[in-house]
Design a protein around this ligand. Structure first.
Ligand SMILES: *Cc1c(COP(=O)(O)O)cnc(C)c1O
Length: 384
């Protein structure tokens, strides 16, 4: 059994992938070929965002977004500590300060009430208040990066309202949520800028690295497209700002076009797989906390993650599953505020108790569109 079965998907789309790649080999536009614009157009209309800008990875999508918002030294960017390292890494990389905010215990996403508190605490000044980074007196709230963890969008109505009140930008880390929805709006189109990843294991994965940035703002779109290609101006050899090489490869766009043809159906298949897990596990494994999707939300089900009672219980379940040939994974075993990479921020154990507790209890079961009901039965029986 595979944790994410990319082979089953490939068997289905192999011919289309091969003919799309052959088309690139024939026209030879390996950089910024016509497949890039075609993919950008199709994903823009899928998400409802006015602009979509292909780029080299989900991490670079976040860097492009922060750079387009002119975020750097002296700026505070709020995000959750319970996420993949890239979310906060890009903030530090640009010289800005990540300010962590604990998550909601049922959605695993940033808690809007705590976000408001953290912004107030930072604004109210220099006195040391936990949990704030040790440089808190020197930084101004500039942006928030909500993460749509495991494919489930964060609470954007609440987050956007808080951000507007404090004149902050909202950069959606939709690396895991492409295909998810929030109150009839698609993930990637829920803040000022949305960032997704085409890492092979993500809901819409390429056969290599790739990413995309989404926005409805014409000026941000122009800035993003300039930064994407070395800060270019009107022509290739005029450079108006410091940028990067952040382009998506034409061959990856060609692969993604073939994958996107089956993507909407795959999102439906993921809903069915999640429904089957919910049904079987609530009967056979009442000791687990199953994922909960609030009304009006759809998860892209990048992961199906459950909580065990504690670390010992989790280890025992993972070992039993492994023995039965069932792979599992832990996303994420260590919250970012406790990672050595962020030690400079001065956070301590106990600063974000919900993230810390989830890190000790959470694990993910196999999840992909081609997961067989029989396999899910066997997983449920083994957990029982
Ligand atoms: C995968 C991921 C990223 C980074 O995407 P890459 O394409 O691997 O650079 C960023 N944030 C989250 C939440 C992710 O899961």
């Amino acid at each position: 059994m595979q944790f994410i079965d990319l082979k089953a998907q490939q068997a289905r789309i192999r011919e289309a992938v091969e003919s799309n790649i052959r088309r690139v080999l024939d026209h030879g536009s390996y950089i910024m070929g016509p497949e890039i614009r075609e993919l950008e157009g199709r994903l823009a209309s899928y998400t409802g965002a006015k602009h979509a800008i292909g780029c080299s990875s989900g991490t670079d999508a976040l860097i492009l977004a922060l750079m387009a918002m002119d975020i750097g030294p002296g700026d505070a960017v709020f995000t959750a500590p319970f996420t993949f390292v890239a979310t906060a890494e890009v903030i530090s990389l640009l010289g800005a300060t990540p300010v962590f905010v604990d998550i909601d215990r049922t959605t695993y996403n940033i808690d809007p009430a705590r976000l408001e508190e953290a912004i107030q605490a930072l604004k109210s000044g220099h006195e040391k208040r936990r949990p704030l980074p040790s440089t808190s007196g020197l930084v101004t709230p500039k942006a928030v990066i909500p993460v749509d963890l495991f494919g489930l969008p964060a609470d954007y109505d609440a987050i956007n309202e808080i951000a507007r009140k404090h004149d902050m930008a909202v950069i959606e880390d939709a690396a895991q949520s492409f295909g998810g929805t929030y109150k009839d709006r698609k993930a990637c189109n829920l803040g000022d800028v949305g960032c997704t990843s085409f890492f092979p294991a993500k809901p819409l994965g390429a056969y290599g690295d790739g990413g995309m940035v989404f926005t409805n703002d014409d000026a941000i779109n122009e800035t993003l497209r300039s930064i994407l290609v070395h800060g270019q101006g009107r022509d290739k050899y005029e450079n108006v700002r410091i940028g990067m090489n952040g382009r998506l490869d034409t061959i990856q766009a060609a692969v993604l076009l073939a994958k996107f043809d089956v993507f909407p159906e795959e999102i439906e298949l993921r809903q069915e797989a999640a429904r089957r897990y919910n049904e079987r596990l609530s009967a056979s494994a009442p000791q687990l906390v199953l994922p909960s999707v609030p009304k009006g939300y759809t998860s892209a089900w990048a992961q199906y993650s459950v909580l065990a009672r504690d670390t010992g219980h989790r280890s025992a379940l993972q070992a039993t599953l492994k023995e039965a040939g069932i792979p599992t994974a832990v996303y994420y075993p260590k919250p970012l505020h406790l990672q050595g990479a962020f030690s400079r921020l001065g956070y301590e154990q106990g600063d974000f108790p919900i993230s810390e507790e989830c890190a000790t209890r959470i694990f993910s079961l196999p999840m992909h569109p081609y997961l067989k009901p029989e396999d899910q039965d066997r997983i449920a029986q083994t957990l029982q």
